[in-house]
Design a protein around this ligand. Structure first.
Ligand SMILES: Cc1ncc(COP(=O)(O)O)c(C=O)c1O
Ligand SMILES: N[C@@H](CCOP(=O)(O)O)C(=O)O
Length: 465
């Protein structure tokens, strides 16, 4: 399997190389040159598989011969053994044709564990084999950071630096990052917002000279292809449980960086009967605006009750644009360079292609709280604010009248007690047992100004031997 850049100007890589990188040299994002496709019979047969077996089935073609099948299988089994639910990703029915897919049973209580528990183990495996040390640099609006730290903390060949926006993640999210002890783990609270943190990460991939020559820079954000790959699996898992391939269905996905929903798009390209993908955003609604106006632009980032989706530069949208423009790398390079200077207008062909599959919905904080309250009153099911945005969009779509609609429940409500309280639900959601003493643990974190050279100097000075 070969991977190519969305901007057409970087060398093609194999799976191991793409795992060990972030942005391509031309600033683009890597994607498989061709996607594996499953027939209806093959999809039907997936209903017999448990989650790790299904993951092996989906992931193996992407890894190719980079990792022997038996080793990959062990890595996948170990990855999903740490999840606290036997089904790994259980489906819960909320109403007629309305389902949530619970993706928060991993160690850090958000969907990021699905990919980052795997990514950590894959990195560990290939770095041992290569006798190589790498530096991870990641930006987080709250969930990627703790999942990456949890996924990579046991790997002695990794120094990990996670940038989060100072005082803009929930207290549980912050503590989940800053209380993990390890000389190779560094939390940097940046005096800026998530977009600023992500921009610093991307700039560092553009110029890696702040690191010694023998230290590779690796991404844990969804710009790393392996993140998206792992997230494709649960779309298949949910769909076959609800009758695919015989029965089509729709997914509603709380969206920020467009990684999770892009994984759903790829699942469809691989043969899954996904009738519609609903982009559910908070007030940071660049993606809703592009769907409704065909203009892809920037906006001022707003702080909401769903902080993990407080993102206005949506990295993976470029991966969709690549397909919308017939995989023309030069066209995407030109488009993204225009985007660096201002708003861009999608062509008629591109936007109508996007609209044929994607719908979008914007949910402000008051509606998020109202949805948390309504779902609680209706069936005593407690949604976190991100998942509530997904459910609200699913209901508003009206699709449930005809086909099952699955909302991805991307986080556990205990990560966001503020939103639950604002929704007027009496009880505070409890943290699972392994986190009950989270508020007693010692924190370690460095507050840094919004200054790329300060961040890079900190990183260079804090690399392990
Ligand atoms: C809880 C939660 N929900 C939804 C999202 C949005 O996912 P994506 O960025 O892949 O669109 C994120 C983070 O990005 C998240 O942490
Ligand atoms: N919501 C994310 C933001 C980073 O997105 P990613 O999927 O590209 O890692 C977070 O919680 O950190």
């Amino acid at each position: 399997m070969k991977y190519i850049s969305t901007r057409g100007g970087a060398p093609a890589l194999d799976f191991e190389q793409v795992l060990l990188t972030g942005l391509a040299q031309d600033g683009g994002l890597y994607l498989p040159e061709t996607l594996p496709r499953f027939s209806a019979d093959e999809i039907a047969a997936m209903a017999e598989l448990d989650y790790p077996q299904l993951a092996q089935r989906i992931i193996e073609p992407f890894v190719g011969d980079c990792i022997p099948a038996a080793d990959l299988q062990q890595i996948i089994v170990d990855t999903y053994a740490v999840f606290r639910h036997n089904a790994v990703a259980p489906l819960v029915q909320l109403g007629h044709n309305q389902w949530v897919l619970e993706l928060f049973h991993g160690p850090t209580l958000a969907f990021k564990d699905f990919a980052l528990q795997l990514l950590g183990r894959l990195l560990d495996y290939v770095l041992e084999r290569r006798h190589q040390k790498v530096v991870i640099m990641g930006a987080t609006s709250g969930d990627t950071g703790s999942a990456a730290i949890e996924g990579c903390k046991r790997c002695k060949n990794i120094d990990i630096f996670i940038l989060h926006p100072h005082e803009r993640v929930s207290e549980v999210q912050r503590r989940q990052m800053t209380t993990v002890v390890g000389d190779n783990i560094h939390n940097l609270a940046i005096q800026g917002n998530f977009d600023d943190c992500q921009a610093m990460v991307k700039a560092s991939f553009g110029d890696r000279s702040f690191l010694p020559d023998d230290r590779r820079l690796v991404a844990v954000n969804s710009i790393n292809w392996a993140r998206i790959m792992a997230q494709i699996v649960y779309y298949f898992y949910a769909a076959v449980a609800l009758g695919a391939p015989a029965r089509p269905l729709a997914f509603s996905v709380p969206t920020g960086n467009f990684g999770d929903i892009f994984a759903g798009y790829l699942a469809r390209q691989m043969g899954l009967p996904v009738a519609r993908l609903i982009i559910a955003t908070n007030r940071n609604d660049v993606l809703h605006r592009v769907m409704t106006t065909a203009t892809y632009g920037r906006q001022t980032l707003e702080h909401t009750l769903s902080p993990s989706m407080d993102i206005t530069v949506s990295s993976n949208f470029e991966r969709l644009l690549f397909d919308l423009y017939d995989r023309d790398g030069a066209a995407i390079a030109a488009l993204m360079s225009d985007f660096d200077r201002g708003d861009i207008q999608l062509s008629d062909a591109a936007i109508s292609r996007a609209r044929s599959l994607f719908s979008s919905y914007r949910v402000p904080d008051e509606e998020t709280c109202a949805q948390i309250a309504a779902t609680w009153q209706d069936c005593e099911y407690l949604l976190d604010p991100h998942s509530a945005i997904g459910v609200k969009a699913a209901l508003a779509s009206g699709l449930g009248a005809e086909i099952p609609v699955v909302t991805l429940a991307t986080a556990h409500p205990a990560k966001f007690p503020q939103a639950v309280t604002r929704a007027g639900i009496g009880a505070e959601p409890a943290l699972p047992l392994h986190l009950v003493d989270l508020f007693d643990r010692r924190e370690r974190c460095e507050v840094l100004p919004l200054d790329l050279s300060a961040v890079q100097t900190f990183m260079a000075n804090n690399l392990g031997a």
